[in-house]
Write a protein that binds this ligand. Structure first.
Ligand code: RB5
Length: 151
């Protein structure tokens, strides 16, 4: 299993069903999925899974992550606290494509509950299959996320 086929996944209760569908989709594509979600009595505080997945990506243990909560906003706040983590809340294929091409996003975040513009699966597919463009200006801007003085 190549390293880039490993993905850490987590959700809260509000996105659990949608997340389960994405786990099945990822497995059908041959991804090695580790799902950290723990829902107890129908509840799961989103920061718990958010921190776990963000740490797995921050540490380099996993190259990619997928986080889902009701709106995706709570997961965004948590994931982007970690150095090297670029969590992208994506609502359609264009967001997913640009999050990869321009920002080299390493965690995809989607809303389980909110009205979205594209099916989750389409967003995930685009995000997985779009490479980082690697062009100089985008690479510099990604470095500047961590360090505004970066060249
Ligand atoms: C849970 O009710 C909800 O707050 C959560 O899923 C998420 O939308 C938070 O940002």
């Amino acid at each position: 299993m190549p390293d880039d086929m490993r993905i850490a996944v987590g959700s809260d209760h509000a996105a659990e069903a949608a997340k389960d569908e994405m786990v099945e989709y990822l497995k059908s594509r041959g991804y090695d999925v580790v799902d950290v979600t723990v829902v107890v009595d129908g509840r799961a505080d989103y920061p718990i899974a958010g921190h776990k997945v963000a740490r797995m990506v921050h540490s380099g243990e996993f190259p990619r992550g997928l986080l889902m909560c009701g709106t995706g906003l709570g997961m965004s706040y948590v994931a982007n606290r970690y150095k090297g983590v670029r969590g992208a809340l994506c609502l359609d294929r264009d967001y997913a494509r640009l999050a990869r091409e321009h920002n080299d996003s390493n965690i995809l975040i989607m809303p389980g509950r909110a009205t979205i513009y594209a099916p989750h699966r389409e967003i995930l597919e685009t995000w997985l299959d779009t490479p980082f463009s690697g062009v100089d200006r985008h690479a510099r801007r990604v470095r500047q996320i961590e360090d505004p003085e970066a060249e």
